[in-house]
Design a protein around this ligand. Structure first.
Ligand SMILES: N[C@@H](CCC[C@H](N)C(=O)O)C(=O)O
Length: 282
C-alpha cells in the first residue's frame, strides 16, 4: 500500500542518553552532501518529520581519510552542520557495529578529527573525544542583571560551562540562550551547560544546545566539557558520573586533555521515510 506514496528512504532512530538522532546509511551516497542540511530540517522537525535533535549520514571513508572505519556527516535539527557530537558518535559506533560496517573497536571520521570508539557487550559505547582545546577559565559574562562566571572548552564542539548550586533552579530557556548567543563566543556561538557538582564523582547537568536551540535531554560533548573543566578547577576527580536532564547517566573520565565518554546507545526503531510527505526528493 505504501508503495503508492512515492520515494522512500530507510532510516534508523537511535538515542544516546535521550539525545535522539535519525541515522541514514548513506554508503551508496543516495543523499548528496549539498542536500543534507535540508534533510536535517525536514526530518528532525518534531511532529512533521520523524523528530530528532540531529541527523547523521554514515558513509565509507574516502581515499584521503585513511585510518578511519567510516565517516559521518552530522547535522543539528536546525540544519547546521556540527563538527562533532558525543552522544551521536556513540550511536554511530553501535549502529556501525550492528551493521557490520566496523568491528567493536574502531575509529569514526568526524569533522573535528578521528574519534576512537569501543562498543561494549552491555550495549554501552565508550568514545575518546578529540583532545580538549581552547580551554579558558573564569570568563566574566555580563548578563541582564548580573555577571556570570563562565568557563569554556572545545571538546569537538564549543562548550561554555557555568557551575551553579542547583541546576533545577536555572531558567534554561532564558539563561541558556543568553550564553549561547553571547558576543564573547561569536561568530561560532557556543553550547551552554549548567553544572551542579554533587561530590567529587557526581554531577548534575543541563545543556542548552546550539543547533537545537533548546535544552536537550543530554549532551555528550557538554558533559565531557563540564567534567574536564571541573577537574581543572579541582571541583571533581578524573572520573565523574553525570546525570543529565533526561535522568540518564554518562561516565566521563579525564586524562590530561584526553576525555572519554561512556553511556548507553540504543536503537529505538527502524522505518521508511516517505520523502514527499516531508518535502524531500532524491
Ligand atoms: N548533542 C551533541 C552535540 C551536538 C552538536 C552541538 N549541538 C553543536 O552544534 O555544537 C553531543 O552529545 O555532544
Amino acid at each position: 500500500m505504501l508503495d503508492t506514496l512515492g520515494q522512500q528512504m530507510p532510516f534508523v532512530k537511535m538515542q544516546g542518553s535521550g539525545n535522539d538522532f535519525v541515522v541514514i546509511d548513506n554508503r551508496d551516497r543516495r543523499v548528496p552532501v549539498e542536500a543534507m542540511a535540508d534533510w536535517a530540517k525536514a526530518v528532525c522537525r518534531r511532529a512533521f518529520g520523524i523528530g530528532a535533535d540531529g541527523i547523521f549520514f554514515l558513509e565509507n571513508p574516502p581515499a584521503d581519510r585513511p585510518g578511519v572505519d567510516f565517516i559521518w556527516h552530522f547535522y543539528n535539527a536546525d540544519g547546521s552542520r556540527a563538527e562533532m557530537c558525543g552522544n551521536g558518535s556513540r550511536c554511530a559506533a553501535r549502529l556501525a557495529y550492528l551493521l557490520g560496517i566496523a568491528p567493536a573497536r574502531h575509529v569514526i571520521g568526524t569533522d573535528a578529527g578521528p574519534v576512537r570508539a569501543e562498543v561494549l557487550d552491555s550495549g554501552r559505547v565508550k568514545v575518546q573525544l578529540t583532545p580538549a582545546k581552547d580551554a579558558r577559565l573564569d570568563i566574566a559574562l555580563p548578563a541582564a542583571d548580573k555577571t556570570l562566571r563562565a568557563h569554556f572548552v572545545n571538546t569537538g564542539v564549543p562548550h561554555t560551562v557555568i557551575f551553579v548550586d542547583d541546576v533545577a533552579k536555572v531558567d534554561l530557556p532564558d539563561l541558556g540562550r543568553t550564553v549561547r548567543y553571547h558576543e564573547t563566543f561569536r561568530p561560532k556561538g557556543t553550547n551552554a551547560n549548567f553544572a551542579q557538582v554533587v561530590d567529587k564523582q557526581t554531577m548534575l547537568l543541563r545543556t542548552y544546545e546550539r543547533g537545537v536551540e533548546a535544552e536537550t535531554y543530554a549532551c555528550g560533548t557538554g558533559a565531557s566539557a563540564a567534567v574536564y573543566l571541573s577537574h581543572k578547577l579541582g571541583l571533581t576527580g578524573p572520573e565523574v558520573n553525570v546525570t543529565t536532564s533526561g535522568g540518564e547517566q554518562l561516565t566521563i573520565s579525564v586524562d590530561g586533555d584526553n576525555v572519554f565518554l561512556a553511556g548507553a546507545a540504543t536503537v529505538t526503531f527502524t522505518g521508511d521515510l516517505l520523502l514527499e510527505s516531508v518535502g524531500l526528493k532524491l
